[in-house]
Design a protein. Structure first.
Length: 122
């Protein structure tokens, strides 16, 4: 035993593990380090996680007094124009913009623009 290793206690190797499994990250291939190279099978653990999706036609702001004066037939003016894209949120995060469509007598949304990270402020 070398002088610098005196007093060191060798621990038994863990069952079924080899040192190759614990190589530093620099030894990993560039493909394994690239987060953009994900496939659908990489995401399979989250496929069953529920998410909330909202399609926002527009917004309005008013005082409590104005809110209390609303009744059946009142018109609530929104901040969007006819034909302007609506915002699509997933778990309160803007992810897309789209247009309202009718599908079998129900309302739907056609996505016309996917919002990438950092573009949400636009």
């Amino acid at each position: 035993m070398d002088d610098d290793q005196e007093g060191a206690v060798a621990s038994p190797p863990a069952a079924g593990l080899s040192l190759n499994e614990f190589e530093p990250a620099s030894a990993m291939s560039a493909d394994a380090m690239n987060p953009d190279d994900k496939s659908a099978t990489d995401l399979s653990p989250v496929f069953d996680v529920p998410v909330n999706i909202s399609a926002v036609l527009g917004r309005a702001s008013m005082s409590v007094a104005e809110l209390l004066q609303l009744n059946t037939g009142s018109i609530l003016e929104l901040d969007r124009k006819v034909g302007e894209a609506i915002d699509i949120y997933v778990n309160n995060r803007l992810v897309a913009r789209g247009e309202v469509v009718i599908v079998d007598e129900r309302l739907g949304v056609t996505m016309t623009e996917i919002i990438k990270d950092g573009d949400a402020a636009a």
